[in-house]
Design a protein around this ligand. Structure first.
Ligand code: ATR
Length: 280
């Protein structure tokens, strides 16, 4: 029997998730439909209720609804509880079970696709919003040695550091002090700056020769940060496309009990994205 899934967000029109899940479904022999549903923050809860009433079995949740989705759940995974945000809903008997696959998606992409070892790295996280929150516990679990969080609004970085509760390993610093922080072996851009016309002013002194630079965005939004890293002779610069595909595979696993192969879908999306960028 065909099962109904959706991704909720705003904006959502250009979401790649319907394509990714349709491909996973074909590969694994799961009959499903998966649609993108645009909902404003005011309409989000009722849109999810309408989807459920029409037989919805599960959903992905993207910006700006990940915290609102958490509030809709009758039960959440330990990881979702820790980050206070849900990107995957599963209908169970009489309510939504929520989990968050963003962190595991990032780590699988970096360690398995990119074959990088995160253990022992000195790390810098730029940003302290929802995207940063979703991945910080997974980075710590992956064994990073130290994590400095810097955010334009310093209080949000402090809040995130407090929420993590590992003061020896995770600290906040001021944006104005970036040039004085020394160099890093992993820098993650979790800000929304790439979606705007403003360019972040980042010193090259943050980059070490073996630095890994990761932008959690993909497409054009990732270009300014990754160009900065390459201009500073950074060895390895990665966007968030692989993380997107891996978090989708993790959601698929939770819904259908099987983890799809991701390489084919990733290669197709990578080629499409490269073609779009070079056509500009
Ligand atoms: P998301 O869920 O994508 O993280 P968010 O919670 O709104 O969305 O957070 C956006 C992040 O990008 C925040 O860390 C934000 O900094 P503020 O907390 O100071 O708003 C950061 N951000 C957005 N635009 C930025 C810019 N032009 N320069 C630096 N940081 C920026």
């Amino acid at each position: 029997m065909r099962q109904h899934f959706a991704v909720f967000g705003q904006p959502i029109a250009h979401s790649l998730s319907p394509y990714i899940h349709a491909e996973f479904g074909k590969q694994c022999g799961v009959e499903l439909d998966y649609v993108a549903i645009e909902a404003s923050p005011e309409d989000f809860a009722s849109a999810v209720a309408t989807f459920r009433a029409a037989g919805g079995r599960g959903a992905n949740i993207t910006l700006p609804h990940k915290q609102a989705a958490y509030a809709l759940c009758k039960e959440v995974s330990e990881y979702a509880f820790h980050v206070g945000a849900v990107n995957t809903l599963m209908w169970q008997d009489d309510g939504w079970m929520g989990c968050n696959t963003d962190g595991v998606g990032l780590i699988v992409d970096l360690t398995e696709r990119e074959r990088l070892d995160l253990r022992g790295r000195r790390c810098l996280m730029l940003g302290a919003g929802g995207a940063a929150r979703g991945v910080v516990p997974a980075m710590l679990e992956a064994g990073v040695a130290e994590l400095i969080i810097v955010n334009r609004t310093a209080a949000r970085a402090d809040e995130l550091v407090d929420a993590v509760g590992e003061p020896d390993r995770v600290k906040s610093r001021y944006w104005e002090d970036l040039a004085a922080l020394g160099d890093f072996e992993l820098i993650i851009n979790a800000t929304a700056a790439g979606h705007q016309t403003t360019v972040m002013d980042l010193p090259f002194s943050l980059l070490s020769p073996r630095c890994l630079a990761v932008d959690l965005s993909y497409g054009k939004a990732a270009i300014p940060f990754l160009s900065w890293a390459k201009a500073g002779n950074c060895d390895h610069a990665v966007d968030g496309l692989g993380m997107l595909v891996e978090q989708a595979a993790e959601s698929f696993l939770r819904w259908h009990g099987v983890r799809p192969q991701t390489d084919g879908v990733y290669a197709t999306l990578r080629a499409k994205q490269d073609a779009l960028i070079s056509a500009d």
